[in-house]
Design a protein around this ligand. Structure first.
Ligand SMILES: *Cc1c(COP(=O)(O)O)cnc(C)c1O
Length: 357
């Protein structure tokens, strides 16, 4: 740290992203990327001619991409905000809707780690609400909380989802505050609450191209909500970085929206592979939380969470381990191809056998 860093950032605890090591080739099951390539239209969209156009700024209104998303979901482009990854939208939302003096924010104690970081970054008072015993989010805990509410649905790193009815109860009881539902994983079997945005002007639904649309490296996220909420986010964007989506990513996202069927078919494969991995790990004595995401959260009495993470890494398989006391016996494992899942299960079996001796 230099002596020039502003006082208010000196104790800031930054987000720790999952490892992206380059020392060897791993089976990467630690950051919830898709094992599938982007669709053919995306590969075609990034032509040499388009690369030449990188000398020009990108369209700050993002009209083509917003139009395509709007058509896909049956909204107007005024209801769509796009940005450089959904992390960017979460950042803007904390800036825009969680003013510390006015209300503060509430989110689950165990959830996406970035919520806490943004709250700290902006000095927003954060109420972190514990999960239920079974690791689910209890909707009752979020009724009439008098704060901005942020919930990942399905939640991370547990994978457990709330129903649309439960989300609606939360949104309807907090009409004087924004309720942000982070649907990063909803395509893998959760229920989207996007339709509720037509009825509730305080609901903002945040989505990403990083997981179900195989574009983590393109950095693209979008939000759906009332035109007023979207205008607020635009105001923040134009006050920070109006060209925050590059030309190639914008084209990739627009092309991806045209091949929705390809991506939804991939999601169904992930669900099948998730069922396979869940059954296989349960057969080995693991406890696996009921996941509606492209990962599972699992623990075993036979081996500690950190020990399993390290043993797998030694053998070339990366999973995500968190050091938080309440979840340190678990690992979050991304669902990959069937082949990857089979290698993982064989490797875990071998580790457990060695451990017995
Ligand atoms: C992966 C993830 C994001 C971030 O997605 P990007 O669009 O890649 O920034 C947001 N929220 C949750 C819950 C996630 O797991």
């Amino acid at each position: 740290m230099s002596r020039f860093l502003a006082d208010r950032f000196q104790s800031l605890d930054a987000y720790t992203p999952g490892e992206q090591p380059t020392d060897m080739k791993y089976i990467k099951l630690n950051t919830n990327e898709s094992p599938f390539s982007p669709s053919p239209a995306v590969l075609r969209a990034i032509s040499e001619e388009r690369v030449r156009e990188l000398r020009l700024y990108s369209d700050p209104t993002c009209t083509l991409l917003r139009q395509r998303i709007a058509e896909q979901f049956g909204f107007e482009k005024e209801n769509i905000f796009v940005s450089n990854g959904s992390d960017d939208i979460l950042n803007f939302s904390f800036m825009a809707f969680c003013d510390g003096n006015r209300c503060g924010v509430a989110f689950p104690e165990i959830s996406y780690g970035f919520y806490k970081v943004y709250a700290e970054l902006y000095g927003v008072d954060a109420k972190m609400i514990p999960l239920a015993e079974d690791f689910s989010v209890r909707a009752e805990d979020y009724l009439d909380v008098g704060r901005t509410v942020v919930i990942a649905n399905p939640n991370a790193p547990t994978g457990i989802a709330l129903s649309v009815e439960e989300i609606e109860r939360i949104v309807a009881s907090n009409t004087d505050h924004v309720v942000l539902i982070d649907e990063a994983y909803v395509d893998f079997g959760g229920e989207s609450c996007v339709e509720l945005t037509r009825k509730y002007p305080n609901l903002l639904v945040v989505r990403t191209f990083s997981k179900s649309y195989s574009l983590a490296g393109a950095r693209l996220g979008f939000a759906i909500g009332s035109s007023e909420l979207i205008a607020d986010l635009e105001k923040i964007k134009y006050s920070t970085n109006p060209y925050n989506i590059n030309r190639l990513s914008m084209l990739a996202g627009a092309a991806a929206m045209e091949e929705n069927d390809y991506y939804m078919a991939n999601c169904r494969v992930i669900e099948q592979n998730r069922a396979y991995l869940t059954d296989a790990l349960c057969a080995l004595g693991f406890e696996v939380l009921p996941s509606k995401a492209n990962f599972i959260f699992a623990r075993s009495d036979k081996i500690g969470g950190e020990a399993l993470y390290l043993e797998l890494k030694r053998r070339g398989i990366l999973v995500r381990h968190f050091t938080n006391e309440k979840i340190k016996e678990y690992n979050r494992i991304t669902i990959g191809t069937m082949e990857e899942m089979q290698i993982l299960v064989q490797t875990i079996e071998a580790i457990l056998k060695e451990n017995e001796r």
